[in-house]
Design a protein around this ligand. Structure first.
Ligand code: ATP
Ligand code: MG
Ligand code: MG
Length: 532
């Protein structure tokens, strides 16, 4: 079935990339080293990888490091780690800064050929002139003047700092992205790779088309909010007589009840509402992987929504439901009982001394292996199950057989404190309506664990631009529950995905330490706390 699914996915890409030649396609993912990757970046990265593989070409990871004010080397390392969490390694790693010499030369060439000019119009006025289609007073300055100002910029002088370089494209094109965009700026801060060498930095609008072309990129994947800038991209390449590049646009990915903005995510980290960038409540690659999202599910999901051009906020359920289909066939099954108010059950007819049986960890998939289940004459069950039993009701103890509830002790507050059952192994499990999990009453066969579940960080489905973030913070978003689990969980490693039967899927978050900790994996069902 999964084979059929991926064929269907591939079919939705039947058109593929324009003019793609097998073996010659080059794509690139261009993150700015200014933070951690989130699920939106994952879409861009996975699509680039998908097309590179589809055409047996290659994918470049290019750090788009043209703004020393925001960028740091440590983020290059964390981004590569984030990509590794997505199983993306890239065929080459490069930096826009590798091309600073070349970009500088090309900017000179633009000025010399009359395709760019220096401007010192202050920002607000420039914005207003652009809106109104008014030419800058410097638009027709001489090449000599322009070169002189560019040299001041390059030296990083007080004078140079006032100037920028603009492409001479159009004053009043209806597409405002074409109204003489800025291509070089002065910035005297040291760059994390080139240090003090440069005081001038190309803008994204200039560096992106030039470096795409120079690096051999054949297809540049861009989010469609840049669509207005596509003609500008092609203009830069034509103006410099460089090799053309195809643009393939796709929509930005967004989800309800979350924030895909580095600034807002920073705010949550700084205000201590989450424990870090890998917090399981975060939409970062680290956060969702830690919450139990598999790479396979991410890939399937991104291919399903990949070609869509609509910019909408998607429901988290849709991606978690895909994840569930990926993990269900392979997640080993164990049992856990909430410690609070668990009920001791005496089993009449149970074994006098503990007995151990080897059972499959997954009934439909023997490859998952075997576990040891211990049978004792006293067992533990959930309060919720105990409460539901009627007198003399026949129920099924999972992996054991039927039993009849003979007595139930209830305290003044209505809590069940003890139960007696009588085994009835001849009974038919198909005839009982309750099939419950249980744990042996034997200290060597159970271990204390913590089960964690999370709610959305914000209370509003879609925050508006001027909503005050602080007004929409969910007061409590972490829920911890103590439980006992069957000792077969000992030996699981961090990141292992399991199912506690009748509770749901969990990922091991802490394997060592005093108690193992498991994080609940949303499974896309609306009944889940996490997807309320
Ligand atoms: P910031 O988060 O600081 O606004 P950015 O989102 O532009 O910056 P980059 O590191 O420049 O982050 O992004 C790298 C690539 O990821 C770009 O190609 C960008 O288009 C893509 N990308 C970023 N956010 C999303 C998103 N929500 N959906 C799809 N692609 C995205
Ligand atoms: Mg960017
Ligand atoms: Mg962003």
């Amino acid at each position: 079935a999964s084979g059929r699914r991926s064929n269907k996915v591939a079919a939705s890409f039947a058109l593929g990339l324009q003019d793609a030649v097998d073996g010659q396609v080059v794509t690139r993912f261009p993150p700015e080293p200014s933070g951690y990757l989130h699920i939106g970046h994952a879409k861009a990265a996975l699509l680039n990888q998908y097309f590179a593989k589809m055409y047996h070409g290659k994918m470049i990871i290019r750090f788009d490091d043209t703004n020393p004010t925001k960028e740091r080397s440590e983020f290059e390392e964390t981004i590569l780690e984030d990509l590794a969490l997505l199983d993306i390694h890239g065929d080459a790693i490069s930096h826009t800064s590798d091309y600073f010499d070349k970009l500088y030369e090309l900017c000179i060439k633009m000025i010399e050929t009359g395709k760019a000019y220096a401007d010192d119009t202050v920002q607000e006025q420039m914005r207003a002139e652009r809106m109104d289609g008014i030419a800058s007073k410097h638009r027709d300055d001489s090449v000599e003047d322009n070169l002189k100002h560019f040299a001041e910029m390059k030296a990083g002088t007080q004078e140079g700092l006032r100037w920028c370089i603009r492409a001479k494209l159009s004053v009043d094109d209806p597409n405002k992205a074409l109204r003489d965009p800025v291509i070089y700026r002065c910035n005297v801060l040291p760059h994390h790779r080139t240090g003090d060498k440069w005081k001038i930095y190309p803008t994204y609008d200039f560096a992106c088309p030039v470096v795409d072309s120079l690096e051999g990129v054949t297809h540049a994947l861009r989010t469609n909010e840049y669509r207005d800038r596509n003609p500008q991209y092609s203009w830069m390449i034509a103006a410099l007589a460089l090799r053309p590049v195809h643009i393939w646009d796709f929509s930005r990915l967004n989800f309800v009840y979350t924030l895909l903005s580095k600034r807002k995510l920073h705010w949550f980290v700084d205000s201590g509402l989450v424990r870090g960038w890998d917090d399981p409540r975060f939409p970062t690659v680290r956060g969702i992987r830690r919450r139990g999202m598999t790479v396979e599910a991410l890939r399937q999901f991104m291919l399903l929504v990949g070609p869509s051009q609509a910019i909408v906020s998607l429901e988290w359920d849709s991606i978690w439901a895909i994840n569930k289909k990926v993990i269900d066939p392979v997640a080993p099954r164990f049992w856990a009982v909430a410690t609070d108010k668990m009920v001791r059950v005496t089993i009449k007819g149970g074994p006098e001394a503990p007995e151990v049986k080897s059972l499959p960890k997954h009934k439909k998939n023997p490859e998952v292996g075997e576990k040891q289940t211990t049978y004792t004459s006293q067992v533990l069950v959930e309060q919720e199950d105990a409460l539901s039993f009627a007198d003399n009701e026949e129920i099924t103890l999972m992996d054991w057989g039927n039993a009849i509830v003979r007595s139930k002790t209830v305290d003044y507050s209505g809590i069940v404190t003890a139960i007696e059952m009588e085994l009835h192994l001849a009974g038919d499990f198909r005839k009982t309506s309750k099939k419950i999990h249980w744990l042996p009453q034997a200290s060597s066969a159970v271990v204390p664990v913590v089960l964690l579940d999370y709610d959305y960080l914000i209370t509003k489905k879609k925050l508006e631009e001027n909503d005050e973030l602080g007004d929409f913070v969910t007061p409590v978003t972490e829920f911890r529950e103590d439980a006992l689990a069957d000792a077969n969980v000992v030996g699981l490693k961090r990141g292992d995905i399991i199912q506690f039967e009748r509770k749901g899927y969990f990922i091991v978050d802490q394997a060592g330490g005093e108690k193992m900790e498991f994080i609940k994996i949303p499974d896309g069902k609306a009944a889940n706390l996490a997807s309320k």
